[in-house]
Write a protein that binds this ligand. Structure first.
Ligand code: G3P
Length: 295
C-alpha cells in the first residue's frame, strides 16, 4: 500500500532506521523508510550514552568539537548505507547568538560532502533563510524549527530559485506542549501552498510528532512527509498501523486553535515576520545539548 505521506525516521540511531525500514516493508507499505531527520540534541545524547559521557558534574571537557562532528558524520554515513535512496537531514550547528549565514553555508557545503543523499537543515530565522536561499541552488534544504505560517511563507519565497528539494518542518509537538494546536500549523501551511505547483513549493515535513493521532491527521492532510521517532512508530505498529478514514476528524481537546491567515506570497521574503519564541528556544536548546559534550 502507498501512503499519502512519506515516512522518515526522527532519530540518530542507524539500528532503529534499519528496524523501522524492515517493519514498514513487512507491514506492506511499499516504500519503507524514505528518509531520516537528525538534530544536534539527538546526536549529542546518543554520543553521550554510547561513550559514557554522562557525568557532567566534574565540568571537565569531554571531547573536541571535531570529535563530535566526526561522530555525527559517521552516524549519517551509516544511515545512508541503510537507506541509500533516502533523504537524510543533517543540521548546521552553532551558538545562535553568533552563528552567521556564512558559517551556515560553510557547514552546509561540508555536510553535503559527507553523504550523497544529504539534506541540509537550516533554522527558520533570517540568517538561516538567507543561507537556504543560496544553498537551495547547490543541494536540498530543510527548514527546521518552523512554528508559524509566516515562516513557511518566507521559506517558499526565499527558496523559489531552488534546484533541489526544499522541505519545511513545522514542529507540532512543541506547540501542543504549551497548549497550542501544532497540527493547525501543518493544516495552514498545506492550505497556503495548495495552488502552487508541486515541484515549485516546499515539501511539508510534519515534525516533532508525539502521538498516533498526529500521524493520522498528517496523513489525512497529505503532508508530504512525516518524521516519526522510532518509539512512536512501534506504537503505531502496535495499534495495527491504522490510517485515517475519509471523514477523519482530528480531535485536539484543550489546545488553542491557530487561525489561518491570507498571506500574499508575492513579496520579498524579508517582509514576513520570522520571529517565533519557540524557534529561539529550540535553537538555544540544540546548542546547549551539543556544547555540553564538547570542550
Ligand atoms: O523532527 C523534530 C524533532 O527532532 C524534534 O522533536 O520531540 O524534540 O520536539 P521534539
Amino acid at each position: 500500500m502507498e501512503l499519502p505521506s512519506k515516512i522518515f525516521i526522527d532519530g540518530g540511531d542507524p539500528a532503529e532506521t534499519h528496524e523501522a525500514d524492515e517493519l514498514l516493508k513487512k507491514a506492506g507499505f511499499l516504500t519503507g523508510v524514505t528518509g531520516q531527520t537528525t538534530n544536534p540534541s539527538l546526536i549529542a545524547k546518543r554520543f553521550a550514552r554510547e561513550s559514557g559521557i554522562m557525568n557532567q558534574e566534574s565540568g571537565k571537557p569531554k571531547v573536541s568539537s571535531e570529535n563530535l562532528i566526526d561522530y555525527y558524520k559517521k552516524t549519517v554515513q551509516e544511515i545512508s548505507r541503510i537507506i541509500p535512496e533516502g533523504a537524510i537531514s543533517i543540521q548546521v550547528i552553532g551558538d545562535p547568538a553568533t552563528l552567521t549565514t556564512e558559517d551556515m553555508l560553510t557547514q552546509a557545503r561540508d555536510r553535503m560532502s559527507w553523504i550523497p543523499n544529504g539534506v541540509v537543515k537550516f533554522p527558520a530565522t533570517t540568517a538561516g533563510l538567507a543561507a537556504a536561499e543560496v544553498f537551495c541552488q547547490e543541494g536540498p534544504v530543510n527548514i527546521t524549527l518552523t512554528f508559524s505560517q509566516e515562516q513557511a511563507a518566507a521559506v517558499y519565497v526565499a527558496t523559489k530559485a531552488h534546484n533541489y528539494d526544499v522541505y519545511v518542518s513545522p514542529f507540532v509537538g512543541r506547540m501542543d506542549d504549551r497548549g497550542e494546536n501544532g497540527m493547525d500549523v501543518v493544516a495552514n501551511i498545506t492550505s497556503m501552498y495548495r495552488y502552487i505547483e508541486v515541484m515549485k513549493r516546499p515539501k511539508v515535513l510534519t515534525a516533532s510528532v508525539r502521538t498516533v493521532a498526529h500521524i493520522l491527521y498528517a496523513l489525512w492532510l497529505k503532508s508530504d512527509v512525516i518524521t516519526i521517532p522510532f518509539k512512536l512508530l512501534k506504537q503505531w505498529e502496535n495499534e495495527g498501523f491504522p490510517i485515517p478514514p475519509k471523514d477523519f476528524i482530528y480531535d485536539a481537546p484543550g489546545l488553542a486553535e491557530i487561525p489561518y491567515h491570507e498571506l500574499s506570497l508575492d513579496v520579498d521574503w524579508h517582509e514576513f515576520d520570522l520571529t517565533h519564541d519557540l524557534t529561539d528556544i529550540g535553537l538555544k536548546k540544540f546548542w546547549e545539548d551539543w556544547k555540553v559534550i564538547i570542550q
